[in-house]
Every structure is written in C-alpha cells, then in structure tokens.
Write a protein that binds this ligand. Structure first.
Ligand code: MG
Length: 157
C-alpha cells in the first residue's frame, strides 16, 4: 500500500457555479479557475498521483492548455485514474476534508461520496468526505476561498 496527500484552494467569485466533489452546491459565489475549479477533486487527484509518485495535477493538465478550459474535474479524475491504472495502481480508500463556512456543505457530503464512489470504482464505505468550518476566521471562514485536503491509499502492483 502507498499513501498520498493532496491540497487545493480556489478563490470564490461571483458568476461561477460552485462544484465540489462533482456536486453542484447552491451558492452566489464559485471558484475562480481554469477548469470547473472543483477543489475536492483537485486535492484528490494530487493525493492519488502523490501516492504513486506520478507528479501532480498541474503537470498532467496544464492550466495553459485550452482543452481544459471549464472542463468538469470528474473528467480530469477519470483521466488521472487511467494514468494510475496504466501502471497497475488501484485506489483503495480516500479521505477528504473541505474548509468553507458558507454555504454549509454538510447536506451535500453524502452525494459527493456517491459521485466519488462511482468515479473511483470503490465502495462508498471506502470514501470519506468531511465538511468543516473555520469559525468565521480567515478567508475560508468568510466564504472567500474554498480549501480541500485529501489523503488516498493506493495498492501498488
Ligand atoms: Mg484547483
């Protein structure tokens, strides 16, 4: 088994949809990003790639590349899993923590787990998503940035 860690953050701005863990969350603000800005999936991709020492999301999908403009991060996740599978790596379980005070994410966590279960091809019981607040402190606490941390356990060939 190998373990990987990932982190991502996106500034929240008006006029963008807030998508986290592949789930559209009602919000007046959304991530400023080249792709759909799904910080949960971006952190998860870095954890998966990190476990296998296969680089990071920026190397795999350069922001300068127009083909990734506004792309669903679920597509980036599927492509990343393909890179792992080519080398015989298989994800076993993942754990994600999201930091954002507003909007509240708790009601959406189970749906995120279902989406990630389908995309990763592992049972929902092996997928944890936790929504935390920052008690009003700092940019995440004021709803001006979304942050996500992820760890992934991957079985090596
Ligand atoms: Mg990102």
């Amino acid at each position: 088994m190998r373990i990987g860690f990932g982190y991502d953050s996106h500034r929240l701005v008006p006029g963008r949809a807030l998508v986290l863990g592949g789930v559209k969350v009602p919000s007046t603000l959304g991530p400023e990003a080249h792709s759909d800005g799904d910080a949960v999936i971006h952190a998860l991709i870095d954890a998966l790639l990190g476990a296998c020492a296969l680089g990071d999301i920026g190397q795999l999908f350069p922001p300068s590349d127009q083909q990734f403009r506004d792309i669903s991060s679920r597509i980036l996740l599927k492509r990343s899993l393909g890179v792992l599978a080519e080398k015989g790596f298989q994800p076993r379980n993942v754990d994600v923590t999201i930091l954002l005070d507003s909007p509240r994410l708790g009601p959406h966590v189970d749906q995120m787990r279902s989406v990630l279960s389908a995309d990763l091809g592992i049972p929902g019981t092996a997928i944890s998503v936790k929504a935390k607040t920052r008690e009003g402190l700092g940019p995440p606490g004021q709803g001006r940035v979304v942050e996500a941390y992820a760890v992934a356990l991957v079985e090596e060939p």
